[in-house]
Design a protein around this ligand. Structure first.
Ligand SMILES: [Zn+2]
Ligand SMILES: [Zn+2]
Length: 137
């Protein structure tokens, strides 16, 4: 909790309970939720929370670089706390989104064909490990 308050203060954002809860949710759940999913998850706990607050808070966090806003496979915007470059892999069976790092680490601050890469968004689709294991059942 303390570190979340510190992150908000460092970014000149007043640490209201709603902002703390939204950031805490994204730090705890690495599921790349949409604004709606975040709202649904927190609405019971915080009856005063509105969808507009969630949208505005996510927008502010994204502008400050605290969150990444991702357009993955649909047209929905998804959010995540992890701002390190990585690849997204979505399973076509269970729809789960995985973060992949290995084997592409060398792209960080690297040159590809002489071009300096500062950011990348790579989205892969397929069947995840756990769904592959279920095929035999
Ligand atoms: Zn799967
Ligand atoms: Zn991710």
């Amino acid at each position: 909790m303390k570190s979340i308050i510190r992150i908000l203060k460092e970014n000149d954002i007043a640490p209201s309970m709603q902002r703390i809860k939204i950031l805490e949710y994204l730090k705890n759940y690495k599921t790349h939720p949409t604004a709606d999913m975040i709202y649904q998850a927190l609405a019971d706990e915080m009856p005063t929370l509105s969808k507009t607050t969630v949208y505005n808070t996510l927008k502010t966090f994204t502008e400050k670089g605290i969150l990444m806003a991702l357009s993955l496979f649909g047209n929905e915007i998804r959010y995540e706390y992890n701002t390190q470059p990585h690849i997204h892999f979505q399973c076509i069976k269970c729809d789960k989104i995985y973060d992949l790092y290995n084997s592409f680490d060398h792209y960080n601050n690297d040159l590809i064909d002489g071009h300096k890469i500062t950011e990348y968004h790579i989205n892969l689709k397929g069947v995840c490990k756990s769904c592959l294991e279920k095929v035999g059942d």
